[in-house]
Design a protein around this ligand. Structure first.
Ligand SMILES: [Zn+2]
Length: 356
């Protein structure tokens, strides 16, 4: 029996976009490619532990190296993890070091089949370049419309969903036309900042495409040098990004919480509560921002019947915070008690201790 008269209980949080192989160092994904399998496993264990201590009881990995996340046997007391395996990318493209490079229809088909055989929950495809890979052009397409459509068709034929990494307007347009289920980042970036064409917003809403803006950053830490460079070059601002995501939500686009945890110091594992707070800052009501990290997140992870809602028969993954989140969403960043599958998790010193 646990008595918390001034607390708020909610389902354990679900981060829909993490990189467990990233240890949160500067350029973490570049460091990953130099690690042995045993070293990578140590990073994954530590990443999962950091999520749990911050109330994140389920994660969806969105960029695995050499299948390290999907191949491993989960250990007792770890958050539930589903994943995409290595993202499908163009030769030498964004996150190519993870092992998912492909070019041409036959190679793309083979990569989708491999993901199905290895138990991926979703196929991830890098449709635009990314800021964190040297030599990758953020605003350029890595795949054309035919390639993206082919991956979507192959994935659907095998019962897999597809989410695409896309920053530029043309890359988001290609994803929408191809019928992907979700878009990561969805920055709608141009050479002169963020400009989301109204027709694109309408299409995202009409097709119920799940947008994960990958918000969530420790306050007080600067954006990455790569992000600062993108802002300098394009004039993009964080405020414009918050306004864009608020406008997407207002237009009816489904928004997910997912943090891109592990890729750099401002995005350590367990930062999801800050992602929720940034969704609120963008204009989402607190209840909608929390839902983006609980039932909506569970559903896209294929786990809607086991977690993400406080219902009898679901896994007892719980989080207790002090106070009323409707008045102070930042309370979510201060977990007081975390329960994973019915077991109270001892929290270490940097998280407030659980007293029961
Ligand atoms: Zn990512």
């Amino acid at each position: 029996m646990i008595d918390r008269p001034s607390g708020t209980v909610l389902p354990g949080l679900i981060d829909t976009h993490v990189h467990l192989v990233g240890g949160g160092e500067p350029d973490a994904l570049a460091l990953d490619s130099g690690r042995s399998g045993a070293e990578r496993e140590q990073v994954i264990r530590r990443s999962l532990r950091q999520h749990l201590e911050r109330g994140v009881t389920t994660v969806r990995d969105r960029g695995d190296t050499q299948w390290a996340v999907l191949n491993r046997r989960a250990r007792d007391g770890e958050p539930t993890a589903v994943g995409s395996g290595p993202p499908i990318t163009s030769p030498g493209g964004h996150c190519a070091a993870m092992g998912g490079e492909a070019s041409g229809a036959a190679a793309l088909r083979a990569l989708v089949a491999e993901r199905h055989e290895r138990g991926a929950q979703v196929v991830k495809m890098m449709v635009s370049g990314g800021a964190m890979t040297v030599g990758s052009a953020l605003l350029e397409l890595q795949f054309g419309p035919d390639d993206v459509r082919l991956v979507v068709e192959e994935a659907y034929r095998r019962g897999l969903a597809v989410t695409a990494h896309a920053h530029s307007v043309p890359s988001v347009e290609v994803c929408v036309a191809a019928g992907v289920d979700g878009i990561e980042h969805c920055t709608c970036l141009t050479a002169r900042g963020i400009h989301t064409p109204p027709s694109l917003t309408d299409a995202l809403a009409a097709r119920r495409i799940q947008v994960c803006p990958t918000f969530g950053r420790l306050p007080g830490l600067p954006p990455s040098p790569q992000a600062i460079e993108v802002m300098r070059r394009t004039g993009m601002t964080l405020q414009a990004r918050f306004e864009q995501v608020g406008a997407l939500f207002a237009a009816g686009v489904p928004i997910l919480a997912g943090s891109d945890a592990g890729i750099r110091p401002a995005k350590p594992h367990g930062v999801l509560a800050h992602s929720v707070a940034e969704l609120v800052r963008s204009g989402l009501p607190v209840a909608a921002a929390l839902a983006a990290a609980t039932p909506a997140a569970a559903d896209v992870c294929g786990l809607g019947s086991s977690c993400g809602r406080l219902r009898p028969g679901r896994a007892a993954d719980l989080l207790v915070v002090e106070g009323d989140l409707a008045e102070d969403v930042a309370a979510l960043t201060r977990p007081r008690l975390v329960v994973l599958r019915g077991r109270v998790i001892p929290l270490s010193d940097d998280a407030p201790p659980a007293r029961s």
